[in-house]
Design a binder for this molecule. Structure first.
Ligand code: FCB
Length: 466
């Protein structure tokens, strides 16, 4: 048995997002988000599920905070629903603001640090053009300012966007996410407007509150060549890594979009897209980088005459490679997979953290926090009512061990926020993909799984036993 000890000030927490848990979509003056409308498109969501009730967190938030307190975690990452907080005329919605204010007070009362994400995909339906419109970036900064005015006295940790790759490419290119468009040109515009929105919001928050901790959460999916000696495989990796990973971190930390990605995009990257001064805004300094990590991929070039199955790498739609590397063929490494069909690859997390530290964050003195990591599995309920979710527990344990290894190698990693606190609405997969360490049953009762009891011991002691 080996026991790993994490730094004394390492943050332990869990993460959720508004649309996935709140429900109450027509209460307290909330107007529609793009996910409300997208869920009504026949076939868009497995089983015809939607977020109308979700896990009713809007009404049961105190119970959920009690679950967090029982877990003994010190940090809770949640998101604000923009159409609950802000009315279509741009003014704050008092009932919506009151909900988040009560949630924050409940967290603080339980000794838990609120870590607020402004945008986890539920854009107000009322915003014309969505992220294809440059104006949306400005509206996002106004929304950030309004949230800070309401909560900035109590919320000290602010994340602008969650996973802009998903918002842009799954929302506008593959159509798998709201608003469900299939237009690569729109996806590319969305990338830049999301990045600009991040920069404008960061500037606004910084001006209002120089001492706040500001950051963004990016999803990184490392990709490897099936044959490291193959130039064709290496070029696929370059292109996929470009649109999946570098396209988002480089404008923020290096102040420029990667030139090779811009060249790959050709006419999709229109001359009017990036205005003078945009990159200076986007690269406004941040205080922390949020890293979401789930899996890695291996790809190879097709053999002569082989026709690739477009777009899909081991269960996860790869909308951006479809644009820049449509011929990529996924390779099955024979690794264990989660209930999502995603390869379990903790070494990928280690390699990612070391790469981010050495290529991007280290020289700039920017610490990282894992803002999401976790797994869906098909849970079975034991006779005693307990879910013995050993698959999920092993997944988290092996990834925490990889995180510890990265810290030992010099990576400035400050915390781990497990996805997710409770089972919830897993976007286009609906409710049957369960990521929670706390089960939510048909009656919406919360029942900690074995992984929750285990995580409580890890977070409480700051040690991990292998
Ligand atoms: C991430 C999302 C989160 C959840 C997990 C499984 O991409 O940010 O909302 O869906 O995946």
């Amino acid at each position: 048995m080996t026991t790993l000890t994490f730094p004394a000030d390492f943050r332990w927490g869990t993460a959720t997002s508004a649309y996935q848990i709140e429900g109450a979509v027509a209460e307290g003056g909330r107007t529609e988000s793009i996910w409300d409308t997208f869920c009504r498109v026949p076939g868009a969501i497995a089983n015809g599920d939607d977020g109308t009730v979700a896990v009713d967190h809007y009404h049961r938030y105190a119970e959920d905070v009690a679950q967090l307190a029982a877990l003994g975690v010190d940090t809770y990452r949640f998101s604000v629903s923009w159409p609950r907080a802000i009315r279509p005329d741009g003014r704050p919605n008092p009932a919506g603001m009151d909900f988040y204010s009560r949630l924050v007070d409940e967290l603080l009362g339980a000794g838990i640090t609120p870590w607020l994400t402004l945008y986890h995909w539920d854009l107000p339906e009322s915003i014309a053009g969505g992220w294809t419109s440059r104006d949306t970036a400005c509206l996002f900064a106004d929304y950030a300012t309004a949230m800070h005015a309401a909560l900035g006295d109590r919320v000290r940790h602010w994340t602008t966007l969650n996973e802009p790759w998903c918002s842009a490419f799954l929302g506008y290119a593959s159509g798998e996410h709201a608003p469900g468009h299939n237009d690569p040109a729109s996806a590319v515009r969305a990338v830049h407007h999301l990045m600009l929105g991040h920069g404008l919001a960061t500037q606004a928050l910084r001006a209002a509150d120089p001492a706040a901790t500001l950051g963004i959460t990016l999803n990184f999916t490392p990709v490897y060549a099936a044959d490291p000696a193959s130039a064709a495989d290496a070029d696929l990796v370059r292109r996929i890594d470009g649109t999946s990973n570098r396209m988002f971190i480089e404008p923020i930390l290096l102040g420029a979009y990667p030139a090779d990605v811009v060249a790959d995009l050709g006419d999709l990257w229109t001359p009017d897209l990036v205005a003078d001064g945009d990159l200076a805004i986007i690269s406004t300094p941040i205080d922390v980088l949020g890293v979401n990590y789930y899996t890695t991929n291996v790809v190879r070039a097709p053999k002569p005459g082989e026709v690739p199955e477009p777009n899909v790498v081991r269960g996860r739609t790869l909308a951006s490679p479809h644009i820049t590397a449509p011929e990529a063929i996924p390779v099955d490494r024979g690794l264990p997979v989660t209930g999502m069909g995603w390869d379990v690859d903790p070494d990928g997390l280690y390699g990612l953290l070391v790469r981010l530290q050495s290529e991007y964050t280290g020289s700039r003195g920017i610490p990282m926090v894992i803002t999401e990591n976790g797994a869906a599995y098909d849970d079975t309920i034991g006779a005693d009512g307990l879910v013995e979710d050993s698959g999920r527990l092993d997944y988290v344990r092996s990834h925490l061990a990889a995180a510890h290894r990265a810290i030992a190698a010099g990576v400035d990693l400050r915390g781990y926020l497990l996805w997710s606190l409770v089972d919830n609405f897993e976007w286009s997969h609906g409710y049957h993909r369960r990521f929670g360490i706390v089960r939510v049953d048909e009656q919406l009762r919360r029942l900690p799984k074995a992984s929750a009891l285990w995580y409580q011991a890890v977070a409480g002691s700051g040690t991990l036993t292998l």
